[in-house]
Design a protein around this ligand. Sequence first.
Ligand code: THG
Length: 264
Amino acid sequence: MKIIGEKINGTRKRVAQAIAERDAEFIKELAQKQADAGSSWLDVNAGTHPEKEPDDLIWLIENIQSVVDTPLCLDSANPAALNVAIKAVNKTPMINSISGEPDRLEKILPIVAEHGCEVIALAMDDKKIPETFEKRMEVIEKVMEATRTAGVADNKVYVDPLALTIATMNQSAIIACDTIRAVHAKYPEVHFTMGLSNISFGLPARKQINRAFLILAMQAGLDSAIMDPLDKELVAAAITAELLLGQDKHCLNYVRASRKGLFE
Ligand code: THG
């Protein structure tokens, strides 16, 4: 289970404030903590207006890279911002994201192909999220046709089945898991990820829901998630689920986590 640390996101109030005030120390600390907690990538989302986004992304990237060497996951739908950001990174980043939207495929996929990036592919098009796993699968088939044509290997693609909140969509978790299973059956090399906490939006005790959902989705084939790496119980759930799914040879990772006090 690979973690994409979610915390450097300008849609969060405190991060928006740090970006506006150029509070570098706050961002560096978020980067350091998430890296120390075992993140494989750090998501970077400036969450600002398109005109400000390139400058803000560069500022974030430079500060993050001054303290950690964890690869970044550039979270933007803005090709201009991505084109600028990609020149500022020290390591090949993951791009978050493309989708079935023709505009994104035309403008973002070439960046991915040129730089050999990993890329998150959302199971939606033109801002519409299909309501059945079959329709999400159709979108992903279209996206995979495009990534293959662009020369992006299947194992560089991370499909995001999109988990909408269970508060308003009773079958949301099931649909996400079914989408993962269907995509995996047809494209066995493809990876999966998702914004885990979407599932619990609008409900109390969200961490409880996020944790149970992570385990269900891992059973379906989820192998990475955009999540809070500082939530110890969530990380503990991931490591334990991995153990039970036969993904932890000789139980080494589980035992190491236990020795480090993760389960206390
Ligand atoms: N899929 C993909 N990318 C994504 C998402 C997705 N990027 C953005 C988002 N969804 C995932 N990232 C976050 C980042 C932070 C929080 C949630 C999702 C977060 N949420 C808390 C909350 O909502 O209560 C706290 C808010 C706060 O601290 O202000 O922190 O689905 N591909």
